[in-house]
Design a protein around this ligand. Structure first.
Ligand SMILES: NC(=O)c1ccc[n+]([C@@H]2O[C@H](COP(=O)([O-])OP(=O)(O)OC[C@H]3O[C@@H](n4cnc5c(N)ncnc54)[C@H](OP(=O)(O)O)[C@@H]3O)[C@@H](O)[C@H]2O)c1
Length: 260
């Protein structure tokens, strides 16, 4: 499995050229899955990427294909395999013969206090959060250009303000913000490139104590956690409605990043 990036699910290869096609990375669960559901409900065909979560990805594809036949395909791959990313994009394009959007959602997130930073954690966090989005965007650009398409990357408010004990993640997301602005400059006028910066939406899957959660929410002006749907709605806006917006990062954080 580790060495392959393949389309593993194609349903009937019926072409639905009238429907725009969006590739979402890391879309089996959480924010990626909610984004897939939201874009699908808006009428897009979805190429749903996953790495290890094959059962979650297949269940989501089944659910959405019941709602609209032949509207979701799956593509599997480890985004660290940079040389295989063009193949992943080719696979996403091949399903319906077009690609209109790329959502860079896949990510790794964990602490790296300075004394514990390793080359491995650097390669992993930079790889998923920065390197893969850049090389996916590069590979997708010719197809996106044909469709006047769009890239949306999920960044983080901590691209601007460092998250304590997470320097490598913060560096990676800061790079992703600059990738977004640089690609907007490079790929216009045909392709728009934007980002969404979530605040506290879903708590990380690794442990976070309640005191930390309370402290985060206390610093959030809306005094509550956001929902995955808030991020999905922002992605849909940038993808479908924001025709004159490029190189922009849309913050969706309940006002938290305003709080010093
Ligand atoms: N959760 C929040 O509140 C929050 C806050 C700020 C920013 N964000 C950003 O929002 C996005 C979604 O967040 P999330 O918490 O929903 O994400 P997540 O659950 O932590 O990760 C999404 C997916 O990324 C995939 N992934 C990780 N490493 C990969 C690799 N090497 N190759 C391919 N796929 C890989 C995994 O796919 P498999 O499971 O298939 O392996 C995982 O399911 C991320 O970019 C995150 O940084 C989230």
């Amino acid at each position: 499995m580790k060495d392959t990036i393949v389309i593993v699910w194609n349903y009937k290869r019926e072409f639905m050229l009238s429907n725009k096609v969006i590739l979402i990375t890391g879309a089996a669960h959480r924010i990626g899955a909610t984004t897939a559901k939201t874009l699908h409900a808006a009428g897009y065909n979805i190429v749903l990427h996953y790495r290890r979560s094959n059962s979650g990805a297949e269940a989501l594809a089944d659910e959405l294909n019941i709602l609209r036949e032949n509207s979701v395909s799956l593509v599997q791959g480890d985004l660290h395999q940079t040389d295989r990313l063009p193949q992943l994009i080719e696979g996403a394009h091949a399903t319906w013969g077009r690609l209109d959007g790329l959502i860079n959602n896949a990510s790794t997130f964990y602490p790296t206090p300075v004394e514990k930073i390793t080359e491995e954690s650097w390669d992993d966090l930079i790889g998923t959060n920065l390197k893969a989005p850049l090389f996916l965007t590069k590979a997708a650009a010719p197809y996106l250009r044909e469709q006047q398409g769009s890239v949306v990357s999920i960044v983080d408010i901590h691209a601007e303000r460092p998250l304590r004990e997470h320097p490598v993640y913060s560096i990676a997301k800061a790079g992703l913000v600059m990738m977004t602005k640089s690609m907007a400059a490079e790929l216009g006028p045909e392709i728009r490139v934007n980002g969404v910066a979530p605040g506290a939406i879903l708590w990380p899957e690794n442990e976070m104590d309640n005191a930390t959660k309370e402290r985060i929410l206390d610093r959030t002006f809306l005094k509550r956690q956001g929902e995955a749907q808030n991020i999905a709605d922002a992605v849909l806006f940038l993808l479908r409605d924001a025709h004159y917006t490029t190189g922009h990062i849309l913050t969706v954080d309940g006002g938290r990043s305003l709080n010093s």
